[in-house]
Design a protein around this ligand. Structure first.
Ligand code: C2E
Ligand code: CA
Ligand code: CA
Ligand code: CA
Length: 274
């Protein structure tokens, strides 16, 4: 769906008229889906690279559509961003993730926040209310933001980030390395962590550009005191190289796919009794 680009949706034909119609249908569908609790979360484990200890999970939204079955976020998040539905949907995601995280006291939970959600009027209040309502310790919540949140109105974005930081939550820059003002942003905003974009990990080999880029990002992270996560780790070789280069945290299909909450429960039980 990502390859289809902004404003096009894989569900449907590329015919223009049809697309306009079906965008409206998709929007209506999503609103109904929100009413009927059709959205739920999977959780992808994140591991400490050194020890392979389970450190946290990333919440990833899914839609159980009554006719279409399981729908991935790439198929509805872009439209939800355009229509503004991302604010209530994102609030629901945050609430579900925090409620779950309370039952996993040893883990941190990361939640993706898209630009329109970040800029919506009461985002900071939503985060603060959700923490209060669920009782989750703020330091166990990590918000994953993309550079897109910083592109417009840098001053206002800076204030929102500072307000979030004041709540005590962790801030992480997702898909790092894909935008182009990353360095300046990292220095001037209160981020705690960065996630190396998975395209660099996909190309990672012992020699070559991707390795050099990954090493540079790891060096940058160390210099700025940021923890670095590599996502999209699919092979033992990629993992070995990341450990060799002292990457702090890894996530990817090699270790675990996004899993149902019950599978995380099981995993924690096993790790605890080891
Ligand atoms: P992302 O935040 O970069 O999340 C990583 C995506 O890569 C996830 O896809 C995950 O399932 C996938 N992935 C994880 N490990 C591997 C791997 O080893 N190989 C490969 N090829 N892929 C891997 P998913 O769940 O389909 O999510 C896609 C995007 O949708 C996310 O990218 C994020 O930008 C967005 N998204 C997901 N959930 C939410 C949400 O609750 N709210 C918002 N605003 N956006 C979300
Ligand atoms: Ca993410
Ligand atoms: Ca990412
Ligand atoms: Ca650190």
């Amino acid at each position: 769906a990502k390859a289809a680009g902004r404003g096009t949706f894989k569900f449907f034909s590329t015919d223009m008229d049809e697309r306009i119609l079906t965008r409206r249908a998709l929007d209506a569908d999503m609103r109904r889906g929100l009413d009927r609790d059709e959205f739920f979360l999977l959780y992808q484990p994140r591991y400490e690279a050194d020890t392979m200890r389970l450190r946290g999970v990333e919440a990833l939204v899914r839609w159980r559509h009554p006719q279409r079955g399981l729908v991935n976020p790439g198929e509805f998040i872009p439209l939800a961003e355009e229509t503004g539905l991302i604010a209530p949907l994102g609030a629901r995601v945050l609430r579900m993730a925090c409620e779950k995280a309370v039952t996993w006291p040893d883990l941190s939970v990361s939640v993706n926040v898209s630009p329109a959600q970040f800029r919506s009027a009461d985002f900071v209040k939503t985060v603060s209310d959700t923490l209060a309502a669920t009782g989750l310790s703020p330091k166990r919540l990590e918000l994953e933001l993309t550079e897109g949140v910083l592109l417009e109105d840098v001053e206002r974005s800076g204030r929102i980030l500072a307000d979030l930081k004041a709540l005590g939550v962790m801030l992480s820059m997702d898909d790092f390395g894909t935008g182009y003002s990353s360095l300046g942003y990292l220095k001037s905003f209160p981020f705690d962590a960065i996630k190396i974009d998975q395209r660099f990990i996909a190309d990672l080999q012992a020699t070559g550009d991707a390795r050099a880029i990954v090493q540079a990002i790891l060096g940058l992270g160390r210099a700025l005191g940021l923890s670095v996560t590599a996502e999209g780790v699919e092979t033992a070789e990629q993992l070995a190289l990341l450990r060799q280069d002292a990457c702090e945290e890894v996530q990817g299909y090699l270790m675990a796919r996004p899993l149902a909450a019950e599978e995380i429960d099981k995993m924690r039980g096993e790790q605890g009794s080891r």
